[in-house]
Design a protein around this ligand. Structure first.
Ligand code: F6R
Length: 364
């Protein structure tokens, strides 16, 4: 039931603090502050390389996961969209682990890629929302997300719950690989457990974002920029916007701007910059200045430090709480979802049933 919400998508966006907390409760133990994965036969410490395969929003979750796994566990990750992976038939490391991410657990291309990996002798892990799905059944290691049924065609709460599981997986891998000591593990657990409160703080900006949506709604094109683990968030922001508002949107790695997309910039192309403050913030600010110098209008999503440094002269700013890099993508997902949602509402599109899209893509 939709309850008091106008759309399922809106309800699911607002459920995120609850369902992320629910998901985390099966991946972190609060009592002794450890990260815990379900029982498995596979020896995680033996992993030399990992493969991740998914489609759409689940693929972007996987991209964030790659940044975390490589950064924290120092395990190299190969990632591809399932429709390419399955026909590319890549050679796979002996005794390797392949991870599939899917809300529905039924996406045809992802399932075909899973079966290919199985036939190649890989151990199969799957981050899935629907526990009775085909992927859940065929996986050796099931990592459920506990998001509850997702009705809106545009994925929202499944995405943040996938990120929560990926963060726990990255931390666990880091621990077993000896890249994260006990102290650091406790810190990570504490940060993860702060995520629901930070998601709530992000949701508090609903009204501001709704007000600003009217300035974005007339645009024909919108660009999204992000760096590091926020680069996939730029891709996700652009996907959400095009899916439900039908505005053409593209996500780019901030540093790629000057290699082409900057040619598109003028006063009619809003640029949404997703940039928590941190070591790479300066670089993103200079990419933003390049945009502004060409008349581009910037919507900056950052924390208090970031906005103090670079918020001046923006078309709009959205202030996020200051968060650890391991939960930043979860928290920054909220404003990009809300922006797409409110722009779609302003345009009067069918938010829960966008044209040409199906919730579950069971044919290729
Ligand atoms: C975007 C969206 C799609 C799905 C994709 C994969 O909002 O919902 O891009 O993420 O079709 O679906 P699952 O995760 O069910 O495999």
């Amino acid at each position: 039931e939709r309850g008091n919400y106008r759309h399922f998508m809106q309800k699911e966006i607002f459920e995120q603090p609850t369902v992320v907390a629910q998901t985390l409760s099966s991946y972190v133990r609060q009592a002794d502050e450890t990260v815990a994965l379900p029982q498995m036969d596979f020896d995680l410490s033996s992993i030399e390389r990992m493969t991740i395969v998914a489609c759409g929003t689940s693929y972007y979750a996987g991209m964030v996961g790659r940044y975390w796994i490589e950064q924290f566990a120092r395990v190299p990750v190969d990632i591809d969209v399932a429709s390419e992976f399955r026909y590319r038939e890549p050679p796979l490391p002996k005794g390797g682990l392949a991870l599939f991410i899917s809300q529905s657990g039924e996406t045809a291309d992802t399932l075909a890629a899973l079966r290919y990996c199985k036939a190649q002798g890989q151990t199969i892990a799957a981050i899935v929302n629907v526990p009775t799905s085909t992927m859940a059944r065929e996986a050796d290691l099931l990592l459920p997300i506990h998001a509850g049924p997702e009705i809106g065609v545009a994925s929202t709460k499944a995405f943040t719950c996938q990120l929560a599981v990926l963060a726990a997986l990255a931390a666990k891998l880091a621990v077993v690989k000896g890249e994260m000591n006990r102290d650091e593990e406790q810190q990570v657990v504490r940060h993860l457990l702060e995520a629901p409160a930070c998601l709530n703080a992000a949701l508090d900006h609903d009204d501001d974002i709704a007000a600003m949506a009217h300035t974005i709604a007339p645009a024909r094109d919108v660009l999204y920029l992000g760096r590091g683990a926020d680069f996939p968030m730029a891709l996700e922001g652009a996907l959400k916007l095009k899916e439900i508002s039908y505005i053409h949107a593209e996500g780019y790695a901030s540093g790629e701007m000057k290699h082409g997309p900057i040619a598109l910039i003028d006063e009619d192309v809003p640029v949404v910059v997703i940039a928590p403050s941190g070591p790479l913030f300066e670089k993103t600010v200079s990419n933003m200045q390049e945009v502004r110098a060409r008349g581009g209008q910037v919507v900056l999503i950052s924390d208090a430090d970031g906005l103090a440094e670079a918020g001046e002269g923006c078309l709009a700013t959205i202030e996020m709480p200051r968060v650890h890099p391991l939960i930043a993508p979860l928290v920054y997902a909220v404003p990009v979802q809300l922006l797409a949602y409110h722009v779609a509402c302003a345009k009067g599109t069918d938010v829960d049933q966008p044209r040409n899209l199906a919730k579950s893509v069971t044919v290729e």
